[in-house]
Design a protein around this ligand. Sequence first.
Ligand code: NAD
Ligand code: MG
Length: 394
Amino acid sequence: MRMPQNVTILGATGTIGLNTMDVIARHPDRYRVFALTAHSRVDELAELCLRYQPRYAVMLDEVAADKLQKKLHGTDTIVLSGIQALEQVAAHTETDIVMAAIVGAAGLRPAIAAAYAGKRILLANKETLVMAGSLFMQAVEKGGATLLPIDSEHNAIFQVMPQERLAALEHGGVRRILLTASGGPFRQSSIAELAAVTPAQALNHPNWVMGPKITIDSATLMNKGLEVIEAHWLFNAPAEKIEVVVHPQSVIHSMVEYIDGSVLAQMGNPDMRTPIAYGLGYPDRLHAGVTVLDLFQVGRLDFEKPDTGRFPCLRLAFDALKQGGTAPAILNAANEVAVEAFLNGRIGFQDIPRLIESVLTMMNIDAVQSLEQLIEVDNQARAQAMEWKQLQAC
Ligand code: NAD
Ligand code: MG
């Protein structure tokens, strides 16, 4: 009998983290929770630790870690804090699988640590690839890591893409990647309606239950823009070979078009446990607790072209990908600041692309050289974005 594999979950208290534990709990013979991490939610992480009894629990915040330590007194879980501790559990010799599910640029360093340590990485944290795609892919190669995309679209593409893609898409006979998008809650809203959108309305996604940042990204279509950049790095695809297709039912999770006219799609109910189970079990298929797709109930599948006039974030992301260098890192950092400002009621919905465009125009775009440089660029872009926000407020 084989030993269960040790899983480290970065971002355990988030939607992806919780879904990962749901799948793991269905397969106690195959997987064991080794380390759980969170930003600062002590009660939630404490409850998860009592239930899954990990070897390590890490909180980014030191004060939160102290509180967690007290709550876990008398258990075998070792409590650590800080970014280095996140890297440590991601790269730990006893960790077999790392679920990278921290939200935002904060997930970059632990994901890189897992890559250099040669882990099986289940990558949900798309911002890692947007910010530092070239460096992360190099780290995966150097460390001999196995990278499995968890973002539902990229997981779908991975499932229907031939292995030859690693050399070049053409070698596998691929013509294009068709990246599907639900269109979000404002797919049919006019420009005038978009001006009045509130955070509560934007947080109400029609098909998926997700954390607040990605939910707002889905409403602006920046999520799809980030995913275009993510697909570029994962599948060696230039921007011209990636087409975004709005598909409101979210049943087809993406498609690959081949030179012979074939189009392969992966379908299923919108439930993140499917890609998570795929990543955990690959190449095996696992039960994931997901309801079987009822095509008769779905009835029809619709497709539309995205409207970058109403949703400029998608255009900004395509442009940043074409510009290359540090442009996607700037786009990502400015977007994170903009989304937070929108959620806090400081800027309007349509200010999100305005702020990002203004930061991209103000900053120099350089070639990517190192992780330190990208972290510095990320900081500078955040500072620029904060300034824009204050300017608008006066
Ligand atoms: P979430 O907001 O629900 O959870 C985020 C997790 O990250 C939490 O555990 C939080 O404690 C942790 N975290 C936040 N900031 C941190 C920091 N600075 N340092 C350390 N930890 C921090 O987010 P989510 O919806 O689970 O998404 C996680 C990632 O997965 C995102 O990158 C998102 O784009 C991606 N993703 C999510 C979905 C989805 O359905 N939720 C689908 C595809 C991709
Ligand atoms: Mg997605």
